[in-house]
Design a protein around this ligand. Structure first.
Ligand code: PHE
Length: 374
């Protein structure tokens, strides 16, 4: 007589009697056991009760299967095969259903769900404001027929400086507080690695692989050794542009950027080109837009406009005509083609567009800040 097995939630089970070892008696015996298991298993609807089911049926020591196999040890040799086949079939029917994983597949829908409860709202992700601004800038230029290029963030001295007409030891390099990768003193200077300080090296990489005409924008991450504060971050983003063709003029540059600034900030903004210097453009200019906070007046509600320091203008990006020396580095014939380039800070544009007062907010991952851009 088998010992009844009992667990806190389930009534004890008795192993049915086995009259003889004929195939018919065996079928009856195993059929009854499976029916018992089915009954037992139908009550196991929680992880806890499935675990009880498992211990009770396939637990190593006290499990019913173990005890059934002991009962069957008494089978005469000629019946062993028939017993074995049926025992294994029973085992493979039972085992998977003693795994709490199966609850997921077969959980009854009935009382597991209270339809009066409010639903679980799954928060939808959204583009980060910087990525969104970057996409917006890029799409303004895509609409003008520009295509997108990208390049490595870890760059060589050659691409970041030398080929952009910053000669070794030239003081113009000091304007970019460069983060160099350590331990490269044994390499020739042009091969030394650094974190690119601007997206301009991708101008060179693209001109090396493509012949003119060329119209590209280059969005990407850049680094400079600046201490973080409300307006500075050692990591920031730029979108670079480059157009090279026959007869490209400064007027084309002005028209293109004037259009882009209107597309980004509204059709009433004006642009102004102010003389500047970059080693890789000649002439070079800083582009200013009329202040979007005071409408270019310099005064707002009778007070000096703090955003443009009452000048009416906000400086936004650098640009210029590609210096012929740069074409020399990439085998473009500067007697046949000309071009312009520009580079703008994504953070700066996002700060102005969305009225953000601290650049650090972009990098802190605070949902209260980010969800305002949904
Ligand atoms: N690379 C320059 C910077 O980061 C910006 C620039 C790009 C200026 C292209 C002119 C032309 O300051």
């Amino acid at each position: 007589m088998a010992r009844p097995e009992s667990t806190p939630h389930m009534p004890p089970i008795e192993i049915p009697a086995l009259k003889d070892y004929s195939p018919g008696a065996l079928d009856g015996f195993f059929g009854e056991i499976l029916a018992l298991f089915d009954q037992d298993a139908s009550a196991a609807t929680t992880v806890e009760t499935v675990e009880e089911l498992r211990i009770r049926w396939i637990g190593r020591k006290q499990g019913l299967l173990t005890r059934i196999s002991e009962v069957l040890k008494g089978a005469p040799p000629e019946a062993r095969r028939e017993v074995g086949i049926r025992f294994n079939a029973l085992k493979s029917a039972i085992e998977p259903r003693c795994d709490p994983e199966q609850l997921k597949a077969t959980a009854p829908v009935t009382d597991a769900i209270d339809i009066t409860l409010p639903g679980t709202r799954r928060a939808l992700g959204a583009e980060h404001p910087l990525v969104r601004t970057m996409h917006e800038i890029v799409s303004v230029f895509r609409n003008l027929g520009y295509s997108v290029e990208e390049g490595p963030v870890i760059e060589t001295d050659y691409y970041n400086f030398e080929a952009l007409n910053f000669p070794p030891n030239h003081p113009a390099r000091d304007t970019q507080d460069t983060l160099f990768i350590a331990g490269q003193e044994s390499k020739p200077q042009r091969d030394r690695l650094l974190l690119r300080t601007h997206t301009s090296p991708v101008q060179i990489r693209t001109m090396e692989k493509m012949k003119p005409p060329l119209r590209i924008v280059i969005p990407g991450k850049v680094h400079r050794n600046d201490a973080p504060d409300a307006t500075h971050s050692p990591i920031f983003h730029q979108v670079e542009g480059l157009a090279v063709d026959t007869d490209v003029t400064f007027s084309d540059l002005k028209g293109t950027l004037d259009h882009a600034m209107k597309a980004l900030f509204g059709s009433s903004v004006k642009t102004r080109f102010y003389p500047s210097f970059f080693p890789f453009t000649e002439p070079s200019a800083d582009v200013q837009i009329s202040c979007i906070f005071c409408g270019g007046k310099g005064y707002r509600d009778g007070n000096r406009c703090p955003n443009c320091k009452s000048s009416g203008w906000i400086e936004l990006l650098g640009c210029g005509m590609v210096d012929p020396n740069v074409f020399g580095f990439v085998d473009y014939d500067s007697t046949k083609v000309s071009g312009f380039a520009f580079g703008m800070g994504v953070e700066r544009i996002a700060i102005l567009k969305y009225g953000v007062d601290d650049i650090q907010l972009f990098y802190q991952g605070d949902v209260r800040f980010l969800e305002q851009f949904l």
